[in-house]
Ligand binder design. Structure first.
Ligand code: PEP
Ligand code: MG
Length: 656
């Protein structure tokens, strides 16, 4: 028997959700298959399931055959329809880190400033210089001997106990309290690969055919890794390296060898390797590692994830060029640009030493401001909040000391998926965000999208000037089907008590009143349906000249203003924010823009509503004093700017 459904599992059946699904399937006696686009795989193999690359909102069929087929289908369909299935702290941490991956620079040799540089993938930001620690463990090779028929059973047993030993070692690692949530998720994913039938089944098949266990593991790992490399999905491509790493661990146990240890790495050294097993790195003395350079890996590989979460600069994906570093004595790396300098000359050494020192001093000096609640001279608290675009960024914002969220850009939620996100999924996302920052406010901006950034599920017309076109609140009011779904989700999340909502691109009061009518309509519907919900403060972004000019009237209609200086600057100056030719005009410090900000602040203060700012300018230490003097009481910025902004406000108060 079979049943079809649309997958609602957040982000689809990638690593952790796939293995959870398999665990559930294995609890049933029946043979169970998952079918997508006519392709059926066993639902009891996580590798096969991952390779099916099932994404959120895709249609799949669960097919079961056996005594408990009905129960199996019931349970598995329930799993697939649950957006949070497979997510736990571990899984979320893994995804969190990978989603924060920086843009990958393409690997190529680079030469600039007269200093020879190797170009790799910029996988974890920061600069470092230090002694090279080359980690090139010897290649593992099987004896290449064909087994006699009477040796096969023994070899199979040897292989099984090697797998058990590797799994036991991983379980011990997982039991260590010192392992961070992110690293725990990574090791757990590796353990799942080690236990998967796709790998072990292939090895046993090769042993049955007469291969020795080591050769069989190497060959099977290569086959499974090649399958991962072939999928059109960066996250799954990066799992190929994990398969190799697991295969290597099994081989080492079979050969009775230990992995060459990273224990002896000196303080501040740059670790250089062709490849590093993710859990070797997770268990390495990370505090001593100054930087990582690898031949393998990319911005979403587990090595990159670990490096980023521990603040270690990393350049990966150098390919064969990493061999040029085998004999290096000193290495300088720039994890933002993806550059590696081998044995830097004196000038480069001095330059890097200065950059490393400056970054460290600034970081250390700013940390004390994390918990500071900055106030104005009259005691009014200035909220220094974070601009974020996904739940994955919560941790960084909290780490920085964010006093809530001043701008949650919901576009990513819509762009990440192949379909429009459901009301349930949105409600869960907004609630999770609110919970994470309570009791501080979380300001969610309704969908701000236009023809320049089309998304699946909305037909945008071809426009000559998309920035002056059908975007933001204009589009939303024309598409109540989309807008109401978001407003209903926000009303549901508002029961958390700290959700506020703001509208982008507002240029006339009617946009606010029409939105309010829709909010009331949604609230009435939820009431009739018996769905718990609550009201929220409604504010507007001030980012069009029209909004500035009607600010006194607008202020009577809304609970707060948030000045979007990125757009406000481009519209006041009539200078496209994406066009480098007019970049000079696109300047927030231009008196025209500053007076627009001041007019807005004055109107808001006069009406007694909160005036905040969420454009990039909010984080600028040179402008913050002026904004505070104008009456702004909330500044929202990228988490990296928060501590510096708090310091600036604290210094202002101290001056008086
Ligand atoms: C702005 O325009 O200043 C703003 C914060 O919005 P966005 O950058 O998302 O357009
Ligand atoms: Mg904007």
């Amino acid at each position: 028997m079979e049943r079809s459904t649309i997958v609602r599992v957040h982000e689809g059946l990638h690593a952790r959700p796939a293995t959870r699904f398999v665990k559930l399937a294995k609890g049933f006696e029946s043979d169970v298959e998952l079918v997508k686009d006519g392709k059926a795989v066993s639902a009891k193999s996580s590798v096969k399931l991952m390779l099916l690359a099932v994404k959120e909102n895709q249609e799949v069929t669960v097919r079961a055959n056996g005594a408990d087929a009905i129960e199996a289908i019931e349970a598995l369909i329930g799993y697939l329809e649950n957006p949070r299935a497979g997510l736990d702290d571990d899984g979320e941490a893994v995804e969190a880190a990978s989603a924060a991956a920086p843009e990958a620079a393409s690997p190529a040799a680079a030469q600039a400033d007269g200093t020879p540089k190797l170009q790799g993938v910029a996988a974890s930001e920061g600069v470092a210089i230090g002694p090279a620690f080359a980690h090139f463990p010897p290649e593992i090779a099987g004896p290449g001997r064909r087994l006699q028929a009477d040796e096969i059973e023994g070899e199979r047993k040897r292989f099984r106990s090697a797998v058990a030993a590797v799994q036991a070692r991983m379980d011990r690692t997982l039991a260590e309290d010192s392992l961070s949530a992110g690293d725990r998720g990574i090791v757990a994913a590796l353990r799942d690969i080690a236990a998967d039938d796709s790998l072990t089944g292939e090895v046993e098949r090769l042993i049955q055919g007469g291969d020795d266990a080591v050769s069989a593991v190497i060959a099977a790992a290569a086959t499974v890794a090649a399958d991962f490399s072939a999928v059109d999905d960066h996250y799954l491509n990066a799992r190929a390296d994990d398969v190799h790493a697991v295969g290597r661990q099994i081989c080492l146990v079979l050969l009775g060898q230990d992995e060459v240890s990273l224990e002896t790495i000196p303080q501040g050294a740059i670790l250089i390797a062709d490849d590093i097993g993710a859990w070797d790195l997770a268990r390495a003395p990370l505090k001593r590692i100054g930087g990582v350079v690898c031949g393998h890996g990319g911005a979403t590989s587990h090595i990159a994830i670990i490096a980023r979460s521990h603040g270690i600069p990393a350049v990966l994906g150098l390919g064969d060029k990493v061999n040029e570093l085998r004999t290096a004595r000193q290495v300088a790396i720039d994890g933002n640009a993806g550059h590696v300098i081998v044995d830097p000359d004196e000038a480069a050494r001095a330059d890097f030493a200065r950059r490393v020192e400056a970054a460290a001093q600034e970081r250390a000096g700013l940390k004390v401001f994390k918990g500071v609640t900055p106030t104005r001279a009259d005691g009014t608290v200035i909220e220094v909040a974070a601009n974020i675009g996904s739940l994955e960024e919560i941790e960084a914002a909290q780490e920085a000391g964010a006093m809530g969220v001043g701008l949650f850009r919901t576009e990513l939620l819509f762009m990440r998926h192949m379909h429009l996100p459901s009301e349930d999924m949105q409600a869960e996302t907004y609630s999770a965000l609110a919970k994470a920052f309570a009791p501080h406010s979380v300001i969610v901006r309704t969908l701000d999208i236009g023809g320049d950034k089309p998304i699946a599920g909305i037909e945008f017309p071809d426009e000559e000037n998309p920035f002056l076109g059908w975007r933001g609140i204009r589009m939303c009011l024309d598409r109540p089907d989309i807008f109401k779904r978001q407003l209903r989700a926000l009303l549901r999340a508002a029961i958390q008590g700290n959700i506020k909502v703001m509208l982008p691109m507002v240029s006339e009061i009617a946009e606010v009143t029409r939105t309010r009518a829709l909010v009331d309509e949604c609230a009435a519907e939820l009431q009739a349906e018996g769905v718990p919900h609550a009201s929220f403060d409604l504010g507007v972004m001030i980012e069009t000249p029209a909004a500035v000019l009607i600010a006194p009237a607008l202020a009577k209609e809304v609970a707060f203003f948030s000045i979007g200086t990125n757009d406000l600057t481009q519209y006041i100056m009539a200078a496209d924010r994406l066009n480098p030719t007019v970049a000079k005009l696109n300047d927030v410090t231009n008196p025209a823009v500053m007076s627009a900000i001041e007019l807005t602040a004055r109107a808001g203060v006069a009406a007694g509503i909160m005036v905040g700012m969420c454009g990039e300018a909010a984080g600028r230490p040179d402008l913050i004093p002026a904004f505070i003097k104008m009456g702004l009481t909330e500044l929202s910025m990228s988490p990296a700017s928060i501590q510096r902004a708090k310091k600036t406000i604290a210094a202002m108060a101290a001056e008086r």
